[in-house]
Design a protein around this ligand. Structure first.
Ligand SMILES: Nc1ncnc2c1ncn2[C@@H]1O[C@H](COP(=O)(O)OP(=O)(O)O)[C@@H](O)[C@H]1O
Ligand SMILES: C=C(OP(=O)(O)O)C(=O)O
Ligand SMILES: [Ca+2]
Ligand SMILES: [Mn+2]
Length: 619
């Protein structure tokens, strides 16, 4: 057969109608595609001589050597002298006898596709992957080292998320993780930042076995510039993610083959037996909940956005209550969807991404999130069509907790750098599965603190292992799984800041209406958006209010764009007696939950504590 192929297989066939490409070989052509610079978080350039740039005296080669030395030190076992010899790059391009490769900076999606079963590119260009047996967090497997420095500082005991372990057991698990990582041909190393406030930035290193974990963290943390990366130095905190490898359940303190261990003194975290990426994210959040309050900065499990006129709103809420959905708003600048710091400088995002739930995601209802799912985005545990690679967002067969992690700049109106002035509105989101909390109510300071400390929601299926249907949950500070100090410490700081900056608080029910889960229905997202619009615009502040029974919540009689019948939660219930019974049942749960906090005082004098205690349900 005649063929038009030329002798030299590397030569490029020219299409004579187009301008000729200068490259002569495939390799040369590929070199044209190579990124000029690796992607970083877009930011305002800092002035030369500012903080991070001062140590730029070393030449590039020396800095690379130091970087590899530092990675090698991170991977050193505690019982041997030094760490493995590491080189930069993809191990498959190196000779077999080459030492361990550490792939730093932009981990490629291709690495995941090449090495990880179940990883594919979807029709929109995102990397779809599977997190394995665990598709949600495992809070019961979280351990925190109790030592001299943490035993007095941290919240321990009943209700606390910090289940203790000793230093020795931590070392056993650390050694297990490091040995596992060192047994692999390659590991991925991310050196990145947390917190967009340059004064309070934290340097983190994540060592992981999976390309997916590396890409996830690349998105999640703030991406350094090439220059910042070279001058990174020693990280403030290191994660060893050996999630594919189990812990030894016969080890003291271990109750399963999963263990997520935090050692604040060693500034390290070890992950064994779970590949759910949210463990890394929330582990670092725990770290910030420890470090920031020491600097008088309040760490918040909240989303944050800002209007054109600079009015800022915080959205507190547990997983699935709408932080990501509602902070992503086409009319407002997005500061962040999940984790922030409130300092005297204002609000700053801790992260560089959004981590959206994508069950039942639709382009019509949530266009910004839908469009952010493109090349560079990690899609976890979604199901897609084998040929067209179209994702079916309604498919729950892997989990209901399907997720998309994308760099925050994939949202068109994200504000970079992700910092804002002080909040004007503080919105407490609660997804009430009982259907008795009003769609919106205005809170006084006592009520704000009462509801902040209570942290009530219905845990929506999926995010925590084993939770199959909405279940009433109380999670202090709307994030008890992540806080490190006693809830009243964060509450006191929130009260002080809200008073100082004159913020108004609102309780918004994004859950059920007209009946409990099973008989009522979830409040329509467009209605919740209207409620939020009215809060932002200030119109709700001037509305007339009616006080509810039992919870004493002030509910507006009208909200533009929302049917007034649903504003009082009793109206849409067909069985009024059932409403009243359910209301009392929920009030009882609140009361029981709050009992453990009744003996603590909040703030400088007893008046706020009294206000808070008086703000609970009366029945
Ligand atoms: N009324 C509503 N308000 C907010 N979210 C809603 C509402 N009704 C349904 N949802 C859905 O609930 C989920 C909220 O999840 P998300 O915003 O990711 O929560 P969080 O960021 O707090 O974990 C989204 O899937 C969203 O589409
Ligand atoms: C990632 C999590 O939180 P959220 O749903 O709030 O993003 C989580 O709780 O594991
Ligand atoms: Ca969260
Ligand atoms: Mn979220």
């Amino acid at each position: 057969m005649a063929s038009h192929r030329t002798e030299n297989v590397n030569e490029i066939c020219h299409d004579d109608s187009a301008a000729p490409v200068k490259a002569q070989t495939i390799d040369e052509l590929h070199s044209l595609q190579k990124e000029k610079s690796a992607p970083n978080s877009p930011r305002i350039k800092q002035k030369a001589g500012d903080g991070l740039f001062t140590s730029a005296i070393l030449d590039q080669e020396d800095r690379q050597k130091q970087q590899l030395k530092s990675i090698s030190a991170s991977l050193a076992s505690l019982t041997r002298e030094r760490g493995p010899k590491v080189v930069k790059g993809d191990p498959s391009t190196k000779k077999p006898e080459s030492p361990k490769a550490a792939i730093s900076h932009r981990p490629s999606d291709e690495q995941a596709i090449k090495y990880e079963k179940g990883s594919f590119i979807t029709s929109s260009g995102a990397l779809a992957t599977l997190s394995g047996a665990k598709t949600g967090r495992s809070p019961k497997d979280k351990r925190v080292v109790k030592d001299k420095s943490t035993e007095d500082d941290l919240w321990w005991g009943k209700g606390s998320p910090n289940i203790e372990m000793d230093e020795h057991t931590f070392t056993v698990n650390r050694e297990r993780a490091v040995d596992y990582l060192n047994s692999l041909d390659k590991v991925y190393v991310n050196d990145q930042f947390l917190n967009w406030d340059p004064e309070h930035q934290i340097k983190v290193r994540i060592v992981s076995a999976r390309a997916y974990h590396s890409l996830f963290m690349h998105n999640m943390c703030i991406r350094p510039t090439a220059e910042e990366l070279e001058n990174f130095g020693t990280p403030d905190f290191t994660i060893y993610n050996a999630g594919q490898f189990p812990c030894n359940r016969y080890t003291h303190y271990m109750t399963s083959s999963t263990s997520i261990d935090i050692n604040l003194s060693r500034k390290e975290m070890v992950i064994l037996g779970t590949q759910y990426a949210g463990e890394m994210k929330k582990g670092l959040f725990g770290l910030m909940h420890y470090l920031m309050p020491k600097r008088q900065i309040l760490s918040l499990h909240s989303g944050c956005n800002m209007g054109k006129d600079g009015d800022v709103a915080l959205f507190f809420g547990l997983s699935g209550t709408g932080k990501t959905t509602l902070s992503t708003d086409q009319n407002r600048y997005l500061i962040g969807d999940d984790e922030h710091c409130w300092s005297e400088n204002g609000v700053s995002n801790i992260e560089g991404d959004c981590y959206a739930k994508c069950i039942d995601l639709s382009k019509e209802r949530e266009p910004e999130i839908f469009n952010a799912i493109k090349f560079g985005t990690v899609l976890e545990n979604v199901v897609f069509d084998e040929h067209a690679r179209e994702v079916d967002y309604t498919d729950k067969s892997v989990t209901e907790n399907t997720r998309a992690a994308y760099p925050i700049e994939y949202i068109p109106n994200a504000k970079i750098p992700c910092v804002s002035p002080h909040p004007k509105n503080v919105i407490l989101l609660s997804c009430d599965a009982f259907g008795v909390l009003p769609p919106v109510s205005k809170l006084n300071l006592g009520q704000t603190m009462y509801h902040f400390i209570s942290g009530y929601t219905a845990l929506v299926a999926g995010t925590v292992e084993g939770v199959k249907e909405p279940t009433a949950t109380f999670s202090a500070c709307f994030g008890a799984a992540f806080i490190m100090l006693h809830p009243t410490k964060y509450a006191a700081m929130l009260a002080e800041k809200m008073q100082q900056y004159g913020a108004t608080a609102w309780l918004v029910n994004t859950g059920w209406s007209g009946g409990s889960y099973g008989s009522g229905s979830r409040i329509k997202l467009p209605y919740t958006r209207k409620v939020i619009d009215a809060i932002h615009s200030g119109s709700l502040l001037n509305a007339s209010y009616t006080k509810t029974e039992v919870f004493g919540l002030e509910i507006p009689n009208e909200v533009e764009g929302v049917p007034s019948e649903i504003l009082h939660p009793m109206n849409p219930w067909s069985d009024k007696q059932s409403y009243k019974d359910t209301l009392l049942k929920l009030a009882g749960l609140f009361k029981k939950n709050f009992d453990v906090f009744a003996n603590y005082s909040i703030g400088k004098d007893s008046s706020l504590t009294e206000e808070i205690l008086a703000a609970g349900p009366i029945f």
